[in-house]
Design a protein around this ligand. Structure first.
Ligand SMILES: [Zn+2]
Length: 68
C-alpha cells in the first residue's frame, strides 16, 4: 500500500515538473534559447549575445572592427 502511494506521489511530482518545464515554451518568452543575456555594441547599438560580444576597456562591441 505504501508503495502505491509513493508511486502516485512520484507520478504527480513528475507531472507538475513537466508542466512547469513546458509552460515557458508555450508562452514564448523573450529570452534567448539558452537564457543568455543580450548586450549592445558601443559603436552601432546592435544587440548580440554576451558570449559573442568583444569586451574591451569595459565596453562591449559586436565585431573586431568596432572594437578597434
Ligand atoms: Zn558594432
Amino acid at each position: 500500500m505504501i508503495k502505491l502511494i509513493l508511486v502516485m506521489l512520484l507520478g504527480w511530482a513528475g507531472f507538475t515538473l513537466f508542466k512547469k518545464y513546458l509552460k515557458p515554451t508555450l508562452n514564448g518568452t523573450v529570452k534567448t534559447e539558452s537564457g543568455e543575456k543580450m548586450v549592445a555594441c558601443s559603436v552601432c547599438e546592435t544587440h548580440i549575445p554576451e558570449s559573442d560580444a568583444i569586451i574591451k576597456n569595459g565596453k562591449t562591441f559586436c565585431s573586431k572592427e568596432h572594437s578597434e
